[in-house]
Ligand binder design. Structure first.
Ligand code: B12
Length: 361
């Protein structure tokens, strides 16, 4: 039996709604007249922004590492500037929050929040208001990635996009390379273009939906039932945690395992913990792969891992995790008690094959 790693994640739950309301009031006192002409929608948005700051702060406090909050602030800074808001707008609301939290939180937590926000504001003072493209010309298949994205964004032509990537595989480009060098950078780039307000939410959804269609086609044509593939007799269950709507990354991870000879059960986005655990038992999973993109879903990852470890049927299953927050804080996987983490689908397969050998499974 494996030793159950304790994890050093300390969930933090703040009264987000109450604190956001107080921050809203304090902001009005500090900047008299700021709310002049504000309608209900603008008020709701400002409250939502404070609440968002608090969500990320909870995560940074839970893992005792400012990196999550700093990364969030840099992301929000780019987004707000792209929306045409003044460059110092995020810092001024963070300053109000810092002052408020130093009196509202218990002293030890207040001190940590204070240090985190101070450090974040220092970083923000010289943070860029834009981010470079995720498709760089020196990357493999960069030209194909540009053409695929153009087919979808400029021409809204998913048939053209599909033919382009199918053509690559027919010309001998490995399926794995198309995943890592076309689909992944294209989706990251799509997110960047949305963040910079260069494309609409509808366009972002279209690129994602079209790519999911292509992934389904790739799975059927090149992955499922590949007779040349030696099966490993090992099973992987793959899911995004409850509340998490991003699912393409974990789907790619599952496909990479399938291509490595595993039997995979990909159950997609927003999977309740009880269903993941049930699927693990039913399929006698060797490995469970858990994904979270939004940092505020890390508590869900943590509680899922605890539940897996507490169940006699699943406690020995290898648990690997990945997704955005784990790429920001590289030892976060240890803090939440997983067996391993990988930053990309291809690395996940190597990681797991090593873990299986180490654990003699
Ligand atoms: C498509 C998309 C959506 C779609 C998702 C649809 C779907 N069915 O999946 C929808 C519209 C639902 C969505 C919603 C939101 N999104 Co979104 N989204 C994206 C986008 C453009 C692409 C995501 C994607 O598929 N990436 C491609 C995959 C292949 O990459 P990946 O997920 O990183 O996965 C790889 C690795 O991380 C790793 N990996 C992932 N999981 C796992 C698991 C294991 C076990 C392992 C080992 C490895 C691993 O391997 C994968 C393959 O190599 C990203 C941009 C981006 N940078 O990713 C934004 C992005 C993630 N979204 C963002 C935001 C803000 C949101 C929303 C909050 C927007 C809103 N205001 O509502 C919501 C939150 C929803 C929620 N509650 O979950 C931000 C997050 C910013 C941040 N700092 O946190 C991003 C980065 C966009 C941006 N640049 O601003 N989104």
């Amino acid at each position: 039996m494996t030793v159950v790693p304790a994890g050093i994640y300390q969930p933090v739950s703040l009264d987000r709604s109450g604190l956001a309301n107080k921050a809203y009031e304090a902001y009005g006192v500090k900047y008299p007249g700021i709310y002049q002409g504000y309608n209900d929608q603008q008020k709701a948005r400002t409250l939502e922004d404070f609440s968002y700051h608090l969500k990320y702060l909870e995560e940074t406090l839970a893992i005792d590492d400012p990196a999550i909050f700093i990364d969030y602030a840099k992301w929000a800074h780019v987004l707000l500037c792209s929306l045409g808001l003044p460059k110092d707008c995020l810092s001024s609301s963070l300053e109000v929050l810092r002052e408020l939290l130093s009196t509202e939180l218990p002293p030890a937590l207040g001190k940590k929040a204070d240090a985190t926000i101070r450090e974040t504001m220092r970083v923000l003072s010289s943070a860029p208001t834009t981010i470079p493209s995720y498709i760089r010309d020196d990357q493999p298949l960069a030209q194909a990635a540009h053409e695929y994205l153009d087919a979808l964004l400029l021409h809204a032509d998913r048939t053209k996009a599909r033919d382009l990537v199918m053509g690559l595989v027919k010309r001998g480009v490995p399926v794995r390379d198309v995943y890592m060098d076309v689909f992944q950078p294209v989706l990251y780039e799509t997110g960047r273009l949305w963040q910079l307000q260069k494309i609409s939410v509808g366009q972002e959804h279209y690129v994602t939906a079209s790519t999911q269609q292509v992934l389904a086609l790739f799975y059927l044509q090149f992955i499922a039932g590949n007779k040349n593939l030696a099966k490993k007799g090992r099973t992987l269950v793959a899911a995004s945690v409850s509340g998490e709507l991003h699912e393409v990354g974990i789907r790619m991870v599952a496909d990479f395992f399938e291509m490595d000879g595993w039997d995979t059960y990909y159950i997609g986005a927003n999977s309740p913990s009880s269903s993941i655990i049930r699927m693990m038992k039913e399929r006698e999973a060797t490995v469970v792969a858990i994904s979270s993109t939004m940092s505020f879903h890390v508590p869900e990852v943590y509680s899922l891992i605890r539940a897996i470890r507490e169940s006699p049927d699943t406690r020995d299953t290898i648990i690997i995790i990945g997704g955005y927050p784990f790429n920001v804080v590289l030892d976060l996987w240890k803090k939440v008690g997983a067996d391993g983490y990988a930053g990309r689908a291809d690395e996940a397969v190597t990681l797991v094959n090593n873990l299986v050998t180490q654990k003699n499974m």
